[in-house]
Design a protein around this ligand. Sequence first.
Ligand SMILES: Cc1cc2nc3c(=O)[nH]c(=O)nc-3n(C[C@H](O)[C@H](O)[C@H](O)COP(=O)(O)O)c2cc1C
Length: 457
Amino acid sequence: MASSLSPQIRILAGGEHRVLTDIDRVDPTSLASYRDHGGYAGLERAITRLSPEETIREVESAGLRGRGGSGFPTADKWRIAREAPGERKIVVANLMAADPSALGDRALAEGNPHLVVEGALIAAYAVGASEAIIAVRRDWTAAIERLQAAAREATEAHLAGYLVLGTDTSIQLSVWEGSGAYVAGEETALISELSGDRGMPLIRPPYPASRGLWGAPTVVQNAETLGHVAWIVAHSPDAFASVGAEGNRGTKLVTIMGRVGEPGLLEVPLGTPLLELLGMAGGGTGTTKALFVGGPGGGAIDAGSLELAYDYDTMERAGAIIGSGSILVTDSQTCMVDTARFFVDFSAREACGKAVPCRIGTRRLVEALDRVLAATPRPNDFMLLRDLSRKVSDTALCKLERIASAPILTTLERFGDEYQAHAERGVCLAGACRTDRVLPLLEPLAGADPAPAREPR
Ligand SMILES: Cc1cc2nc3c(=O)[nH]c(=O)nc-3n(C[C@H](O)[C@H](O)[C@H](O)COP(=O)(O)O)c2cc1C
């Protein structure tokens, strides 16, 4: 039922493992259809046959790591929240989909909303939460409607609400619409927004699992992670763990775009070599130059390193991240300096302004990149790009800031010749940028003295 998704979401056939993307069989508007395909078996099993601690152990032995970006072990977070003092505990499903290019969470919400709801209810049962809030970005109207309908149907069928399935467990389920700003997907910013404040990150610790929304231990979990939770409890931890790589179990939704034959959404086992992943999407359209892995704060992996495994640890070692699960494919006609600028400019514009190094630093980085692109660098611009990139990262309040300069650091290291050619000769080696580009601020005013000659670097 691929037509049930917004037109920009195209699910590619990909590999053989389609745990989450096998959604074309289920009618997203029907609880009966979801149940016909084994839906809510996981919740029923957890609530009627497993204790909360046993449920946590299943997720632990599956080796599930959070799919929202950093890969934190899901069971560890649940245990912290379960053991934290407090009567009131909350689960928040994070569907803020902060990186607008990533399609995975939206595909799940539109194509299989009950899967997300089921995962959130299982998480709530495991941590002892009495509330599960599905937080969705406001502009996803189809997703919101389906999630609301799914929450209503689940509550009417006593899968949520008071005395779930006739047991003494009660979980209030609600759907909340959030702003959809990039930073608002960061868990503490999401909690701020949910509590009525501006969506700005908070200093951690305390981590939300110990003290989160309204002071209550709060488990914030990505939609994809929750989809896996429902699958694991319904099937088995071993079946989940049989796919993927050591320490990186299960499948991952990947949005692949740019200079690639078939842009779209793939589901691949973690640990799949990048080259294989590219092949599943029809291969590069030109001579592939690099893959920007992880969204706005991801890093560039050059074409010579595409044998690297797409998993949390390998990508981090290579200066990239799994992040939002998006991958931008570039080719010989893509300028690496301009692409780095594009990403850092996005982070600078989306910075909430709370942390000064982030607010000012990311903007200064964009300005330095603009000077390089316009062949008007200042003598210390290359040093500034490196040092300021590290400083912005080291002084980070939240992860937006910590990862914002990764596109610069990885392209400077791997494509330094493109920076040099732009800065020193005004030449774009990819032939992609206008070489007569000038900085508006540096354009001489009418009647003013001509700009001084550029100092040698
Ligand atoms: C700038 C920024 C944006 C983020 N956006 C999202 C998002 O849209 N969805 C999401 O699940 N996690 C996002 N995260 C990660 C969350 O902070 C958090 O780690 C995640 O929701 C936890 O769920 P998980 O353990 O299932 O991954 C973002 C983090 C940062 C720094």
